[in-house]
Design a protein around this ligand. Structure first.
Ligand code: PGA
Length: 255
């Protein structure tokens, strides 16, 4: 069991209209008093951010965007800036999700610029890293994750890094029903903590970066995943779309 308070985040991806989002959040807010030490994060599509921020005002549930522009403002048709996200009440943003990397051509350099923008606007960041099946099978899991971390976090200070959570999401486990075993995940999580400590230099003062796991997390596997050292929470896609199953994931028990 990790020493960090668990972070359980819902990544809705391109799902839910505003009425659907508000209905879900009303149900989540009703159960908030049962969340205990868990930090709950919800990442809806852009269109639902503002109405959700309004209905969540005063609650401890954190609101995240799923993406952010690397530019601050100007002629970038279709993009949304970090300042705009902060303005509508976002607390944090997911950066570098593998779907953004593989479907929309996002490179480590873009990820780095997006993180800088987000931090400057006062947002916290969930930085996603993870290997493809081919990278795992060729023995390149750790080197892939190491590259994504160094390039994604280049020029970040120890103070910047305090505003970052890393999500380890093996690409082969996302939306496939194949979860990394708790052993596979824990190995990479502990590696990520070491690398991020090295990137932050001495400034971390005993703190290690929270690392959450993503990739086919559900009600049936969350307890086992969360019982492992180094697994500080979960980033949940498909199983977060139904309120009941997300609530059961939030309420995981270990040991
Ligand atoms: P999944 O997605 O839980 O549906 O595998 C996780 C993610 O992509 O963040």
């Amino acid at each position: 069991m990790s020493m960090q308070p668990p972070i359980i985040a819902a990544n809705w991806k391109m799902n839910k209209t505003v009425p659907e989002a508000l209905d879900y959040i009303a149900g989540l807010l009703k159960e908030e008093s049962t969340f205990g030490d868990r930090t709950v994060v919800v990442a809806p599509p852009f269109t639902a951010l503002h109405p959700m921020a309004e209905s969540m005002e005063g609650s401890s549930i954190r609101l995240a965007a799923q993406n952010v522009a690397w530019a601050e403002s100007g002629a970038y048709t279709g993009e949304v800036s970090a300042t705009m996200l902060a303005d509508v009440g976002c607390d944090c943003v997911i950066v570098g999700h593998s779907e953004r990397r593989s479907l929309f051509g996002e490179r480590d350099e873009d990820v780095n610029r997006k993180i800088s923008r987000a931090l400057k606007a006062g947002l916290e960041v969930i930085l996603c890293v993870g290997e493809t099946l081919q990278e795992r099978e060729s023995g390149n899991t750790l080197s892939t994750v190491e590259r994504q971390l160094w390039k994604g976090l280049i020029k970040m200070t120890a103070d910047d890094i305090k505003k970052i959570v890393v999500a380890y999401e093996p690409v082969w486990a996302i939306g496939t029903g194949k979860t990394a075993t708790p052993e596979q995940a824990a190995e990479v999580h502990l590696f990520i903590k070491d690398i991020v400590n090295a990137i932050a230099g001495n400034g971390q003062k005993g703190r290690t970066v929270p690392v959450i796991y993503g990739g086919s997390v559900n009600e049936a596997n969350i307890n086992e995943l969360m019982s492992r050292d180094g697994i500080d929470g979960a980033l949940v896609g498909g199983a977060s779309l139904k309120l009941e199953s997300f609530l059961n994931i939030i309420r995981f028990v270990t040991g």
